[in-house]
Ligand binder design. Structure first.
Ligand code: HEM
Length: 579
């Protein structure tokens, strides 16, 4: 009852820890954070009464948790109408074992940006208390007398109002980023209307408020729970807030709560690692639930590694391991055992191609600088060092085909049809490597038209000076190669370049560092040809002389690529050398 008015039926789950634990087991919930219901805030009462009420419920909550076998934790409540009293009660509760505080989203007519409330939030940050904001005492009662509209319409709007008030008032600019604050019910209507807010902020000075940045900048300053009851809304909320800032919220055990707590997340199409974050990781971090190692704990012998604190970077979060492991999506149904290998091997090649491009770009930059300052040897040395990495990577790439050769031709044929026209021929990075090194073939661009980003980066590579160009420009700056006179044929230019390389080798004493670069470039060229050859052998071993999925004649097309060299002048120079 609220006064003499019926408010809500409740049952023993509200006060009996055994009932709660049973229902938690039924729903697969390990830990629950409990709090008194907002109707008990008593913000409209005299502060002494609100404090009495808060202390009563806060102590009762701890007593209930003490019988919860370590699986029940609590949020306190405070008399928020009086900042000093609220801060004092929070301090007392945090010492007594609460994890944080639940506050209403307004006190009378004061929103969360009220200076007193902001002072209280600052205090929460100082006390390391998590804050859950729950809508209550909804506005527009007169216009929403029926159909539970205060819950379905008023609450989401109240919550949105609170988030917007904190953002636009600049409160988030003043409050420390250590403040952990979460808004109930998916943050109400906030996420859905963020675009509208952002638009107003950019176009109407009056909507600008006092914040330093556009509203979306502050998304990483707060979290929401997941109580939105609809798959598409959950997907949208996660896409807006990010996978780290939404956590399971239940409204348990009240009528609008989730019937089987956690089912919305569990049944969603979100990737498994995101589900894990929403179901546990994000809340553990928000609530600081998993205690990190105490100083010296487990380390006396000097052998035990440190367990990371919740929220700290881990092996997995740094390397994005869950995301990485989610990237293999075999298409065969029922799944063909070897399709995973086929995908993984190709993905591994693409990762190494990425590193090759990264290093080759740095080689180009170093050779450019070396050409600009021929007396400095550092850049040439650095270029040779990075080229050695490129050759080592390519050596691994040549070797890796053997893993794929453990796949029987029949096994590949079982899922080959699913590739449609997909083929390594469309590997954008492979083509980029060719273009970057100097093997530019404009005709290749058309195969990448369907993917505009790939097309744009290949076009850029086509127009930029290649590694080949930069190398010979550097020889020009050193005076080893005369600029080509007008009217000289391509053949004459080629011979002049080969002669310049020849001259380097003839004067080893003065050009050791450049000869080292030449040797590395030659080795790289050699290894790429080995890669082409091994690839052809693999192709013949797996599909014989069939056509490729990319539409070429297969092995016979690939054999034509064997003569391709990035640096033919380096090979020609060897013919020019005499005893
Ligand atoms: C079962 C294994 C494989 C088969 C049967 C195969 C087959 C082929 C064929 C027939 C072509 C010619 C284009 C076409 O018509 O499709 C081709 C091109 C190509 N493949 Fe593979 N391939 C295999 C594995 C790989 C792997 C692991 C990579 C690593 C990235 C790769 C990278 C390439 C590249 C870059 C080209 C274009 C070569 C060029 O145009 O010079 N292939 N492949």
């Amino acid at each position: 009852m609220v006064g003499d008015r019926f408010f809500r039926h409740i049952d023993s789950a509200c006060w009996d820890p055994d009932v709660r634990l049973r229902e938690m087991d039924r729903d697969g919930i390990d830990v629950q954070v409990i709090s008194a219901t907002p109707v008990l805030f008593a913000y409209e009462r005299l502060v002494e009464h609100a404090l009495d009420c808060a202390q009563l419920f806060n102590d009762a909550a701890l007593e209930l948790c003490s019988r919860g076998k370590g699986r029940l934790k609590s949020f306190c409540q405070v008399p928020l109408q009086d900042v000093d009293a609220a801060c004092k009660e929070l301090t007392r509760c945090m010492k007594a074992g609460h994890l944080g505080v639940q506050i209403g989203n307004h006190v009378d007519n004061r929103n969360l940006d009220d200076p007193g409330v902001v002072t209280f939030l600052q205090h929460c940050a100082d006390e390391n208390a998590a804050v859950l904001v729950h809508p209550w005492d909804m506005f527009g009662h007169e216009r929403m007398p029926k159909y539970m509209m205060p819950w379905t319409v008023g609450m989401p709007a109240e919550t949105q109002l609170s988030v917007v008030a904190l953002i636009l008032s600049g409160a988030f600019d003043r409050l420390p980023s250590a403040l952990r604050i979460c808004f109930a019910h998916g943050g109400g209507s906030f996420a859905f209307l963020l675009g509208r807010l952002e638009n107003a902020w950019h176009h109407h000075p009056v909507a600008h408020g006092d914040c330093q940045h556009p509203p979306s900048y502050y998304l990483n300053r707060f979290c929401t729970d997941s109580a939105v009851f609809d798959q598409r809304t959950l997907q949208f909320l996660v896409a807006t807030m990010g996978t780290d800032r939404v956590m399971l919220g239940s409204d348990y055990p009240f009528p609008l709560g989730e019937e089987r707590v956690g089912s919305l997340i569990r049944q969603s199409n979100l990737p498994q690692h995101t589900k894990v974050k929403l179901l546990s990781g994000n809340a553990a971090r928000f609530l600081k639930l998993e205690a990190g190692p105490q100083p010296g704990e487990g380390r006396e012998s000097g052998t035990a590694p440190l367990a990371p604190e919740p929220g700290q970077r881990t092996y997995s979060s740094y390397l994005k391991v869950p995301e990485l492991l989610d990237l293999q999506q075999p298409q065969s149904s029922p799944p063909h055992h070897d399709e995973l290998l086929f995908i993984l091997v190709h993905q591994t090649y693409e990762l190494w191609f990425k590193e090759l491009l990264h290093d080759l770009d740095a080689v180009v930059a170093n050779l450019r600088k070396a050409g600009a300052a021929p007396e400095s040897h550092d850049k040439v040395y650095e270029a040779a060092r990075l080229l050695r990495r490129c050759t080592e990577i390519t050596r691994v790439l040549v070797e890796q085909f053997t893993i794929l050769e453990t796949m029987l031709p029949t096994h590949f044929l079982a899922f080959r049809g699913l590739l449609e026209p997909a083929s390594g021929f469309q590997s954008e990075q492979f083509r980029e490597i060719e273009f970057l090194c100097g093997l530019k073939d404009e005709k290749m661009l058309r195969y990448h038209r369907p993917t505009p980003e790939a097309y744009a980066s290949l076009k850029r590579r086509l127009e930029e000076p290649s590694l080949h160009d930069v190398f010979f420009v550097a020889l020009q700056s050193m005076g080893m190669l005369a600029p080509a006179a007008d009217g000289t044929t391509e053949r004459e230019r080629f011979e002049a370049r080969a002669q310049a390389v020849h001259a380097l080798y003839k004067d080893e004493h003065h050009h050791r560092d450049w000869i080292d670069v030449c040797e590395r470039l030659t080795e790289f060229d050699e290894l790429v040809v080995s890669w082409r050859l091994r690839h052809i052998q693999l192709v013949e071993r797996i599909i014989g002389i069939r056509m490729g999925t990319g539409g070429s004649a297969g092995a016979s097309y690939l054999k034509l690529t064997l003569d391709k060299k990035f640096f033919p002048e380096l090979w020609e120079a060897r013919t020019l050398l005499t005893e």
